[in-house]
Design a protein around this ligand. Structure first.
Ligand SMILES: [Zn+2]
Length: 187
């Protein structure tokens, strides 16, 4: 009974994982043609800008609070010559990549262009997060792959007359496995 519950639970989670995988792949493909931008201000007053472009999600978070603005979403067709950050300012001078991922805190220096004595300058703090779509897609593909592999393996072991659970040779006892106790399911 427990084994049955475990099997059903595995199938549900693997099925959801497969749906998630397909959704990620769809957005992944979309990111090469369309740029999606979502921005909002979180409860602690930090603005977030989320951009899907060229196979990656870029998230810029302001860390100083006091941001203003409302939730917004926009999309535009990606130009063929669009660069990795969509040509947007506000990125760190030197981006630190870790296998295509970024998790980086950085400061930006702002200087007013008005030519006055004692030109005001100030810095703001931000975090850049970059996630390539292959990374969550890979994670979501693990369980469905195990599922399919098990399915193929099960069929193969049944075909050659072995126990589908433990691969013990069942040609002498086809209904029941003496090794692990597997029994032929009543169809
Ligand atoms: Zn067995």
């Amino acid at each position: 009974m427990m084994a049955r519950v475990r099997r059903v639970l595995f199938m549900i989670i693997a099925g959801l994982s497969l749906l998630l995988f397909m959704a990620i792949v769809a957005v992944w493909i979309r990111s090469f043609f369309v740029r999606d931008i979502v921005s909002y201000v979180s409860k602690n007053g930090n603005a977030r800008l989320i951009q899907s472009i060229r196979g990656r999600v870029h998230i810029i978070i302001d860390l100083d609070g006091k941001s203003s603005g409302s939730f917004s979403h926009q999309e535009d067709r990606l130009a063929p010559d669009a660069i990795w950050n969509g040509g947007m300012s506000g990125y760190p001078m030197k981006v630190e990549w870790h296998m295509g991922h970024v998790w980086q805190r950085y400061s930006r220096l702002h200087i007013t262009l008005a030519p006055s004595p004692g030109m005001p300058r100030w810095t703001t703090n931000h975090r850049l997060i970059v996630i390539p779509y292959w990374s969550p897609a890979l994670l979501c593909a693990i369980l469905p792959t195990i599922w399919i592999w098990r399915f193929i393996n099960y069929g193969h072991r049944r075909t050659i007359g072995h126990c589908p659970r433990c691969n013990y040779d069942l040609r002498a006892t086809p209904e029941r496995c003496p090794e692990c106790g597997w029994t032929e399911p009543a169809s």
